[in-house]
Design a protein around this ligand. Sequence first.
Ligand SMILES: [Zn+2]
Length: 415
Amino acid sequence: MSFDGLWDELVAVGRNPGTGGYRRYAWDAAELECREWFVAAASRRGLDVEADGNGNLWAWWGDPAVGGAVVVGSHLDSVPDGGAFDGPLGVVSAFAAIDVVRSRGIVPTRPVGVVAFSDEEGARFGVACVGSRLLTGALSPDRARSLADDSGTTMADAMRAAGHDPHRVGPEPDRLGRIGYFVELHVEQGRVRPVATGAAVPTTDDPHGLVELGAPVGVATAIWPHGRWRVDLPGRADHAGTTRLRDRADPMLALAAVVLGAREAAVRHDTLATIGKVDVRPGGVNAIPSHVTAWLDARGEDEARVRSLVADVAELAPGDDPQSSLTEESWTPATVFDVELRDRVAALLDDVPLLPTGAGHDAGVLAAAGIRSGMLFVRNPTGVSHSPAEHADHDDCLAGVEALARVIEDLASAG
Ligand SMILES: [Zn+2]
């Protein structure tokens, strides 16, 4: 099976020996090595390789100019100390699936493409799905070019250093217009309950995730609506040793109420709420803070529930201080994948489970741009992702390749 060979070539690239996690950030040395691997894998298969203006890599079996192409793939970059599977599993499986289709002597009537989208995780420049968003026009070229990493290097500079002209970034409607279908295979992240297809409505007690459902592969239904909010909690700086408790205006207490309240509200509205970033000023061990800023990430099955959660948190945030506030920094509505494609793929794969996801993906960006898009998930026994603990069993990876091969066969021979 060609999967193993492809996987083994890539597995050491960008792996940190200390943590065992991957550090493949947009346009850095490890990520460029992944790009070289992509070009080599495509060339060995006689596929035509090209980089588009946004740094996304494409490998073609057949002439994409024909149109109606079936594109499969994912991304190669990682979060800091990410797992081996998030992204690369989809790209490796795409090449391996083409090998399977060819080994069966099938000649597609539509062009088939493998894509590796650039900078999906946004680990270096802080914005996710940069390659696909630039391609579809959802991210402005000027904004992308001026994004800077922690050392002050802009994306434009990073591109230039890697030999890519930053002036080429921007929407490519012609390229998008040649895509008939995009199917992204991805490692399962978390354990979500499946979506009801018949009369039975799943309850919280029903099995969650592909492990509990006993299925190696699932099909995505939708990406949950999600957003980010900034919570500002002002206080008054003072001495930790000389200020009586009753004389303090300590915003850290308000933060504690917000953190616990967000958790309770998330349970109440059956959503997810996370406060994973906090900025405390001035940040001294022996100083009562003058100001605390926290960021709330909220997601859920539908917008109404997420909005209710955020409204509840907003009530906690002000406390007694009119200066306190909760500000929306970003909002992404639900992305529902093409229902016809979803049902066709699920039926093709013998009615595999249908699952929503709380994570953003390039497939969601393309779906939002009107491309018929879908996703396959490969079972992750721990559900853990964005961590070295992320895992997929070898047999499940091969089941994913087989599923993707069947999808390519079916879609690429469709009229
Ligand atoms: Zn991913």
